[in-house]
Write a protein of this length. Structure first.
Length: 614
């Protein structure tokens, strides 16, 4: 029997294409779960009202007007775009729209020419790049093979961080390209900063209202977006997220780096007892930080304001001292603050920086100054407290890769945190969250946290080999990987490449790796310590150099089905490792550059080359 002969009764062409796209993106375990879920959903839906909602879409032979199909596409690096896209699709289904949801990483790009309405949620990675899982989609739609889209309607929601110069650039690129290909824009693109909830919700409601108006009135449609029904016997537990975190007790906070190290890295353990929280290796923990009181005091002095003065924040009256301490970013300089302070101060130098023709100069200035530096350099007297707060972004949670497995440490979550410390304009400065975790958190202190899922960084089946590449705190998820595999008795081979500054002071979790090697839970480990003394002034050695020294074995493992993981710095480690992989695949596989790139792209499409970079 061919695949086509499996087609169920009454399915339209569009429905059948959606089903094939979904099944092609799932593994055997996911297919089993979906089949059981659908069977259970059909049984749970056996009421007159539920049956009515399952009537076929009005594009059959009944003579009604055909309902337009809505496709929601998302490109996500850390999960924010994915979460927004799910919310968008669920709201569309509630409005009776025929909707399907797709990750750009697994979307069949050839289907684009047959789509009708497309809503896109896209985040920007680093300085204007698309999310790594969506790279193939961007390459296709911006390439010569992209189809004309004259019959398609679209809208784009772009996510980004305004501290980067090419803010929301990935979304802007898609918005331009859809228009160039002849698509009709439903509603203007909205660019969202890190405090994206309010503008994103407004965009969602506007886009869906437009689509609902053009949908046949009273038509019943089918949706591929549903929530699993909750068992009636299960008590509802309040959702734990960035807005309603769980207060986890600190049960351990120790330095991992030794005396004399040029940096400070800490191991922190938190109790999740009675939280109901669960996570998988590869997930991150969101930490809701507070600002350093000394920074808050400096801001208040520069404003000549009393910290007890009451202000209104989101409908609540609190002191401005508390607001600056826990609700707003008071360190990182943003274009929003620059523009606001330029208006207040009337400083020509700041006004100059806000213009597009001085974008590079603005970016350099923002890297070298904090908010307090601008306030001191261009003082403004008599400023209203509420007017000042309007220039600030909400204080955002910080994400840390989880360094433990629940199977190995039940009711606990472990973090590996590098304290960010530096000098700027003659003052010692520290990272907002890392400074708090390193300097201002004592044992038994309660810290607001939540789990941030990362479905793009997951272990394969227990029998598959894995290659893990991490530098510094990038080793954290691999500690979780190995704990999980050891508890499960996984028989797949494992190989860790780890890099840091000095062997004597910076070999993070050294005794644990040595035990895993001794017990043969970890098959191989290769290390690179870049600042150890080298004979004859030899160049520094990093993990990518160690990979190239073992090129034959690395390529052999990949050819044997190994899954490869990279975790660490996005600006240096990730591109350096990628270039090393290109060289390894090219030299060991006898491939030219184009074919080596295609080899790695296929690994990414197959979920065998995954990155967690920051």
């Amino acid at each position: 029997m061919t695949v086509a002969e499996f087609r169920g009764p009454g399915l339209t062409d569009a429905q059948w294409e959606h089903i094939k796209a979904l099944t092609n993106s799932l593994d055997s375990r996911q297919l089993t779960w979906v089949s059981g879920f659908l069977a259970g959903f059909e049984k749970a839906s056996a009421s007159p009202q539920a049956a009515a909602s399952q009537l076929p879409a009005a594009d059959d032979d009944t003579g009604g007007t055909a309902a337009r199909r809505l496709t929601v596409l998302y490109g996500s690096e850390t999960g924010n775009s994915a979460a927004l896209a799910r919310t968008l699709a669920e709201r569309a289904a509630q409005r009776g729209l025929a909707v399907s949801l797709h990750d750009m990483a697994s979307y069949k790009v050839r289907q684009l020419k047959d789509e009708q309405d497309v809503l896109v949620v896209a985040s920007t990675y680093g300085e204007g790049d698309p999310p790594q899982p969506a790279a193939d989609f961007f390459e296709f739609i911006e390439g010569r093979k992209a189809p004309k889209l004259s019959g398609l309607r679209f809208a784009v929601l772009a996510l980004g961080d305004s501290t980067y110069e090419r803010y929301c650039e990935a979304g802007k690129r898609l918005d331009r390209r859809f228009e160039e290909l002849g698509a009709e824009r439903l509603t203007p693109r909205v660019d969202c900063d890190v405090d994206y909830e309010q503008p994103a919700n407004a965009w969602i409601e506007e886009a869906l209202a437009i689509l609902a108006k053009s949908s046949p009135a009273g038509g019943h449609v089918q949706s591929t977006v549903r929530r699993a029904p909750s068992p009636a016997s299960s008590p509802k537990r309040a959702a734990i997220d960035r807005h309603s975190p769980f207060y986890a007790r600190v049960i351990e906070n120790i330095a991992l780096t030794g005396r004399g190290s040029s940096k400070e890295t800490r191991h922190i353990e938190l109790s999740l007892e009675d939280s109901g929280l669960s996570f998988e290796p590869g997930d991150a923990l969101g930490v809701v930080p507070t600002n350093d009181p000394s920074v808050v005091d400096a801001v208040l002095r520069a404003l000549d304001l009393d910290g007890s003065q009451i202000v209104n924040v989101k409908g609540k009256d609190i002191s401005i001292g508390d607001a600056l301490g826990a609700s707003f970013e008071v360190t990182a300089l943003t274009p929003r603050f620059l523009e606001h302070w330029a208006r207040l101060s009337g400083a020509h130098a700041l006004e100059r920086l806000t213009s597009d023709e001085h974008a590079d100069e603005r970016a350099a200035y923002m890297r070298g100054h904090h908010i307090i530096d601008v306030m001191r350099q261009f003082p403004v007297g008599g400023i209203d407290a509420g007017h000042f707060l309007a220039a600030l972004r909400p204080l955002q949670p910080r994400l840390y890769s989880i360094a433990s497995s629940l199977a190995a440490a039940p009711d606990e979550v472990h973090l590996t945190v590098s304290a960010l410390r530096y000098e700027l304009h003659g003052e010692r400065r520290a990272g907002v969250a890392s400074g708090q975790l390193s300097d201002r958190i004592e044992l038994d202190t309660e810290l607001p946290v939540y789990v941030h899922r990362n479905s793009n960084f997951r272990l394969p089946d227990d029998g598959m080999p894995i290659i893990m590449i991490g530098a510094g705190t990038g080793v954290a998820p691999f500690r979780a990987f190995m704990q999980e595999r050891e508890v499960r008795g996984a028989n797949g081979r494992s190989w860790l490449f780890f890099g840091e500054r000095n062997f004597r002071t910076d070999f993070l979790y050294q005794t644990e790796w040595q035990r895993l090697l001794k017990d043969k839970a970890l098959t191989r480990m290769v290390v690179a310590f870049s600042r150890d003394r080298r004979a004859n002034g030899a160049a520094k050695v990093y993990v990518q150099h160690r990979m190239q020294a073992h090129a034959r074995d690395v390529f052999a493992w990949l050819e044997e089905g190994a899954h490869l993981y990279v975790c660490g710095d996005a600006s240096r480690l990730a591109p350096d490792v990628h270039h090393a992989l290109l060289d390894i695949v090219g030299s060991e596989g006898g491939l030219d550059t184009e074919c080596a790139q295609a080899y790695l792209q296929q690994l990414q499409r197959d979920g065998r080359y995954q990155r967690d970079v920051y």
